[in-house]
Design a protein around this ligand. Structure first.
Ligand SMILES: Nc1ncnc2c1ncn2[C@@H]1O[C@H](COP(=O)(O)OP(=O)(O)O)[C@@H](O)[C@H]1O
Ligand SMILES: [Mg+2]
Length: 279
């Protein structure tokens, strides 16, 4: 089964003489469980593609079908819900919320979706990430590699169908970079999650099941290196959404207010990340 089907996808920016075809009539599909690397020179459209798959940005034209859902014409509210439930996104600059500790950053998508946190899974995930002795630390008290591991934890926490990683090792030394790639492989093999990884690093790309190369917004090569392993048995269903108990202390902000505030912080961090990526 294909977890992702992209057909005739186009994204343009600007008009007239300033028109940029960032993604120029791209079509491909990705079977569930594949570990796909996307490579290509800077400016070839890799991030633009990933943003559209992740529901961060709308296509100009064409279709994106994820897990049977055509998201290409979703408005921003529908995309926000889709993003929270179906995809996990990892950026080069971590994008963590500075005022939340390790554990709170990881459970953020769950908190925003007003779901009950599965404490056992949280503990297991934090252990897999090697962050057990860091749970109460804030992002600025962590190394780059540790911050990126938190970002991976946050991306994995909602059991997303697809993990999208945009040059997640671009800012890291070799050792941290290897750890990050190994964690993505673990997510792929242990939880059978589909991974789409944008990278500049040929050694990392060589470890993927398949490598797609971009040039000027188009696919110029698509190489299968090995088949993805056969699908694992269906994972246990995600815990049903259960609203947390209302605070009894009325001087505390309500849950809705807290969520609104977290969403505001998340938007600010995303905006900051976008400007630092553009720089
Ligand atoms: N918000 C934007 N406005 C205008 N042009 C953009 C925007 N985002 C990306 N582009 C342009 O689209 C092209 C592809 O960019 P991008 O997807 O970031 O490439 P990559 O990730 O492969 O380096 C580049 O020419 C870039 O300048
Ligand atoms: Mg990019």
């Amino acid at each position: 089964m294909n977890i992702l089907e992209i057909s005739h996808l186009i994204k343009t920016y600007g008009k007239g003489d300033n028109l940029v075809k960032a993604v120029d009539d791209v079509s491909f599909s990705v079977p569930e469980g594949q570990f796909l690397a996307i490579v290509g020179a800077s400016g070839s459209g890799k991030s633009t593609l990933l943003h559209m798959i992740g529901g961060v940005d709308n296509p100009t034209k064409g279709d994106i079908i994820i897990d049977g859902e055509n998201i290409s014409k979703y408005n921003s509210d529908k995309l926000a819900v889709f993003r929270r439930e179906k995809v996990g996104i990892i950026y080069q600059f971590y994008n963590l919320i500075p005022v939340l500790n390790v554990s709170e950053n990881i459970t953020l998508p769950c908190d925003l979706g007003n779901k009950k946190v599965d404490q056992e899974y949280l503990k297991d995930l934090i252990e897999t990430l090697g962050l057990t002795d860091r749970v109460k630390n804030l992002p600025n008290q962590l190394s780059g590699g540790q911050q990126q591991r938190v970002a991976i934890g946050r991306a994995l926490f909602n059991h997303p169908k697809i993990i999208l990683a945009d040059e997640p090792t671009g800012n890291l030394d070799k050792k941290s970079s290897d750890e990050i790639v190994n964690l993505l492989k673990t997510a792929n093999q242990k939880y059978h999650q589909t991974v789409i990884l944008v990278t500049h690093d040929a050694n990392i790309a060589a470890q993927a099941d398949r490598i797609i190369t971009f040039e000027d917004g188009k696919i110029i090569s698509d190489k299968l290196q090995h088949e993805a392993p056969a699908p694992a048995p269906a994972p246990a269903p995600a815990p049903t959404p259960a609203p947390a108990a209302r605070p009894t202390d009325t001087t505390k902000p309500t849950e809705a207010e807290e969520i609104a505030e977290l969403e505001e912080i998340e938007r600010e961090v995303e905006a900051e990340n976008e400007s630092s990526n553009a720089a």
